[in-house]
Design a protein around this ligand. Structure first.
Ligand code: ZN
Length: 361
C-alpha cells in the first residue's frame, strides 16, 4: 500500500477512534471515460480551447471555461470538484506536484482500465475492447458475496460492454448498460416509465454508448427505488467527444459530469439512509495524449500520457486533504484494496488495524 493511500487510511483511523461499530458504509464509485488529469487540475487547455479545429466557437468557449489562473479555470469547469471535494475530500493525481496516479496495465484502453480499477489486477489477455466475459473477479461481486452488501450492489454504464467487463453472466449482478431499460421489478414510477420511453422511442441513432444523462437518470431512479449500498456508475461521453476531436464538447460533458456528481452527492447527503455514512470515489479508466493538441484525441500504449490518471474522493472515512501536493505515486489497481480496507475499517471502527487487510486482494 503506497504511502499516499496509507496516509488517507491512517488519518481516517484517527478520526474514527472512539466510535462504535457503525452500519455498513455505502459506496458510490463514478467514472468518466478518458478524462485527463490535466483538465481536472488545470481546467481548459489553452492550446485546445483556442484552436478552432477542436473548439468551434473559441470566444464563447473561453467565456464559459477560460481564466488565466489554473485555480480559477478548474473551478469554472468542475465547480463540484473544487468547491466541495477540495474542501471536504481528497484529490490525487496532480503531476505538477509529482503527485501521480498511474494505470499499471500496458494497453491504456477502456476494458483494460476498467478491469484494473475494478478487479485490482492487470491482465495481459485484456488488450482489446471486445465483448468478452472477464475471467477476473471484481470488487462489486466480492462485495455482493458479503453479508453486509448482498443483493445491495448495482452497476450502471453508458458503454454497452460493461456486462462483459463485470461478467454479469457469472455473478448475476444487476448491470444496466447501453440502452437497457429499467425493469418493472425495479420501479414502475413515472420517472422510470419516462426514461424507458425516451430510450425506446426517442433515440434514433443508438451507438455503443448511451447518452450519459440517461445513464445518470436511470441510476438515480434505481437508487431512490431500491436503495442499494454499493453503486458503480460509468459515464462515457468525455471519451467519445475526445475521439471525435471536439474539445468544446469534451469540456461541456466534463462540466455536465461535475453537475451529476453534485446532484448525486446532494441526494446522498440529504437521504436518511445515506447521509454521513457514504463515500463517493470518482476516477477515470485512462488518460489521453499530451504532447500536441492532436495527441489529446487518442490514447493507447503508444500515446504518451495515456497512463496518467487521477482520483477524487469524499465522504465518511476520507480526510479533507484537498488537493494532495506531496510527491507520491499510486496505481489504479490499488483502488479495490483501498476500498476494501476502508469498508472493513468502517465495519469495525475500533477493531481495525492499519494494514491488516493489505495483500488479501
Ligand atoms: Zn477511448
Amino acid at each position: 500500500m503506497r504511502t499516499l493511500y496509507l496516509s488517507v487510511l491512517l488519518l481516517a483511523v484517527v478520526a474514527a477512534k472512539g466510535q462504535s461499530a457503525a452500519a455498513p458504509l455505502n459506496l458510490f464509485i463514478v467514472t468518466t471515460d478518458g478524462f485527463r488529469w490535466q483538465e481536472v487540475f488545470s481546467g481548459a487547455d489553452s492550446s485546445l480551447i483556442s484552436n478552432p479545429v477542436f473548439t468551434k466557437d473559441t470566444a464563447l468557449a473561453k467565456l464559459m471555461y477560460w481564466a488565466v489562473a489554473p485555480e480559477e479555470r478548474r473551478k469554472k469547469l468542475l465547480p463540484f470538484f473544487w468547491n466541495v471535494i477540495a474542501a471536504q475530500g481528497s484529490l490525487l493525481g496532480n503531476r505538477t506536484y509529482a503527485n501521480r496516479v498511474n494505470t499499471a496495465n500496458l494497453y491504456k484502453i477502456s476494458y483494460a482500465g476498467y478491469n484494473e480499477l475494478l478487479t485490482g489486477s492487470t491482465d495481459l489477455r485484456i488488450f482489446s475492447n471486445q465483448r468478452k466475459n472477464n475471467p477476473n473477479s471484481n470488487l462489486l461481486e466480492w462485495l455482493d458475496k458479503t453479508e453486509a452488501y448482498h443483493s445491495r450492489v448495482a452497476a450502471f454504464s453508458s458503454w454497452d460492454v460493461f456486462p462483459y467487463i463485470l461478467n454479469e453472466q457469472r455473478n448475476h449482478l444487476p448491470v444496466n448498460a447501453g440502452y437497457d431499460s429499467l425493469s418493472a421489478t425495479v420501479s414502475v414510477s413515472e420517472n422510470a416509465l419516462m426514461i424507458n420511453a425516451v430510450q425506446d422511442k426517442a433515440i434514433n441513432s443508438k451507438t455503443n454508448t448511451r447518452y450519459d444523462q440517461l445513464t445518470f437518470l436511470t441510476a438515480m431512479e434505481y437508487i431512490s427505488s431500491k436503495q442499494p449500498r454499493v453503486v458503480y456508475m460509468s459515464l462515457g461521453e468525455t471519451d467519445e467527444f475526445a475521439h471525435s476531436g471536439r474539445y468544446d464538447l469534451y469540456l461541456q460533458r466534463a462540466n455536465a459530469f461535475d453537475k451529476m456528481l453534485e446532484q448525486l452527492w446532494y441526494m446522498i447527503q440529504s437521504s436518511p439512509l445515506y447521509k454521513n455514512n457514504s463515500v463517493l470515489i470518482v476516477t477515470t479508466d485512462h488518460g489521453r495524449g499530451k504532447n500536441s493538441p492532436r495527441a489529446w484525441k487518442s490514447h493507447g500504449p503508444l500515446v504518451a500520457g495515456s497512463g496518467e490518471v487521477w482520483q477524487a474522493m469524499i465522504g465518511k472515512g476520507i480526510p479533507a486533504l484537498g488537493e494532495v501536493k506531496t510527491r507520491d505515486m499510486v496505481y489504479q489497481k490499488e483502488l479495490p484494496g483501498f476500498i476494501r480496507e476502508l469498508l472493513a475499517r468502517e465495519a469495525s471502527a475500533d477493531a481495525w488495524q492499519p494494514g491488516i487487510y493489505t495483500g488479501l486482494w
